[in-house]
Design a protein around this ligand. Sequence first.
Ligand code: ADP
Length: 308
Amino acid sequence: MEKHPLSLTIRNVSKRYANGVQALHNVSLSIPPGMYGLLGPNGAGKSTLMRTLATLQEPDEGHILLGDIDVVHQKEAVRQTLGYLPQEFGVYPKASAEELLDYFAVLKGITNRALRRATTEALLRQTNLWDKRKQKLGGYSGGMRQRFGVAVALLGNPRLLIVDEPTAGLDPTERVRFLNLLSELGENSIVILSTHIVADVAELCTNMAIINQGQILLESEPLEAVAALRGRIWRRLIDKPSLHALEQEQQVVSAKLLGGRTLVHVYSPERPGNSFEPAEPDLEDVYFSAMAGCFGPAIKQQTEMVGQ
Ligand code: ADP
């Protein structure tokens, strides 16, 4: 057993697909144990990075180290300690959860029957599916299927668990249940949650990165990134037709409908005018500010200082 905590180090990873799309551009991240959020819009490169970490594809350039395992060159060693819940996965609709989990446990090399029974029971209980274990997977709801996916991914006690866009199709209750399940994991292991939903990261993750167009825009602890924006986010209610003009003058980071009017958040180091009130920033402001390119060198430095 390694004594020091596991960490995942990604250095200068780039990937260009055969069609010319540069999906990852010089990506470097340091991922400690716990829940790590990789946040970005569709097409940002999240799945490409997740599949690369899961040894399903190789980068063109760069290095990835999981503890002392070289992820690109020692795929088998990674797979022994990896759990991966892809964005889409098929289940055999006619099999029950219990049967299919048992089958995957055999594939994972858990050949001892008693151990397999104990393992699958523990996982079905942990994912809250024990009462539904005899039910056919074809009849499972989206949330139940995702939880089953986690049970499969957790077989063999992985120290690296990757979940790619897990909450996308879930209703609010299922989403909360799923996030609660994830939050119970990952003290000793690394759990990477890739998502385009800011709230997923805000609620769960102790560390995060924001990615867009294959590039990392920000790597930070969520609370530090929010703190670094304090005093820089301003709010104002406007009528929708004025939005366009305001966007020409100010760095609008978000515009939301509120009671028939439009609530805008503007990024500005100083108060942009008397009609603006200071707003308490949140992670959504961080996300949209990063996407708008507001996390330039100055504020990045401030983020680092807040973290010291
Ligand atoms: P995300 O998971 O953030 O939505 P992806 O990693 O799936 O992002 O995609 C990043 C970019 O790479 C997108 O422009 C996407 O169209 C492109 N892409 C993804 N997979 C492939 C592939 N197999 N071949 C070509 N282009 C791809």
